[in-house]
Design a protein around this ligand. Sequence first.
Ligand SMILES: [Mn+2]
Length: 424
Amino acid sequence: MVIKKIDILECDGPLSDAHADSLEYIKKRIGDATAERILEQLIAFQVAIPSWALGAGGTRFGRFSIGGEPASLKEKVEDVGILHTLTGSAAEISLHIPWDIPKDINAIQQTAAELGIHFASVNSNTFQDHSDAEYSYQYGSLDHSRSEVRKQAVDHNKRVIDIGKTLGAKSLTVWLADGANFPGQKDFASALAHTQKSLQEIYAHLPEDWKMLVEYKPYEPNFYSTVIQDWGTSCMLAESCGPRAFTLVDLGHHLPNTNIEQIVASLIYRGRLGGFHFNDSKYGDDDLTVGCIKPYALFLIFLELVKGMEAGYKATRLEWMIDASHNTKDPLEDLLQSLDTLMITFAKALLLSRQALHKAQQANDPVMCQEILQKAYLTDVRPLVMEARKRAGGALDPVQAYRKIGVRQQLIKERGLDARATGL
Ligand SMILES: [Mn+2]
């Protein structure tokens, strides 16, 4: 299904006057030049959609299909096309291998090109057994005690790089489930040493213009220990590989109340922040809609990101990705909400007066520091986000347009009620 421009304009029609008034109001408050500066950066802001988040996610207790799910990679790319058409900010798709191995590279590239979609980081998967593999990953992959299992996992990562190359991707994301469920089960040091050596072998296979992103997670699916448990371990491993290895921060991969914005600042300081998996959580790796639980924490994270970017942090083009799972919402509607929140939060961070904050910090004036943060955070920047979408050809209100156009009903008609996305 392809959304027509005329349909979007029809949905925008009744909202246009109110939008023009709101835009004029905020422009008066923050000034035309600031508004235009923020609009420019919002229009350029592109987020990668994960290929595994376009169908119903489910939990270990069950899975509820939503109908019209994308059953092939082509349909997944088309779904990202729908999101991009409605928002102008989802020009990338991040693939999961082996869930999404392209069968016809040329055809998939053509579909993506027609929709203006690029291939972002490719994700390897050694957290489940592959049907064509000789060895099981039940007790680990890159960290495994047996060298033949480690070799199989390293070879899988090399293959993922090779597939990504044919699609024009420029990075590999590695997330390991490796760890232990019980005390005494694994030798910590040798598991870490094996992981480091395996990552170095994968890194050696990277093309010159590629980078490797190493994701960390404190627990789950192993509940006692995880080999790459935190940002420090990830950073240490990245540094042991070389200049094109970086840490990837997944917001849900932290213990409750972790100061993620400080982690971001430390990684930028070290030149090792490579990318993000955005989501939100209440308790653990809940993979909920971005900003639905802790919007202020997200704002503080964006402040550090914007500070780094404004200070010229260019160790790599930061990769912005969403990593979410949907059990009760239509995945496409949920992703539209996440994209909207990311744009809103980015705009607020861009609005903050960096100079004023620096001055207040130097003067050791915590009251004024907080005033400056609140002023930016409490400004309603939605008219700027709507305007950015409008200028990029998207809809003023993407969720409303999605429903008015009847996208899900149309997808169910085209693909059937039983269509099921690949994944776990
Ligand atoms: Mn992730």
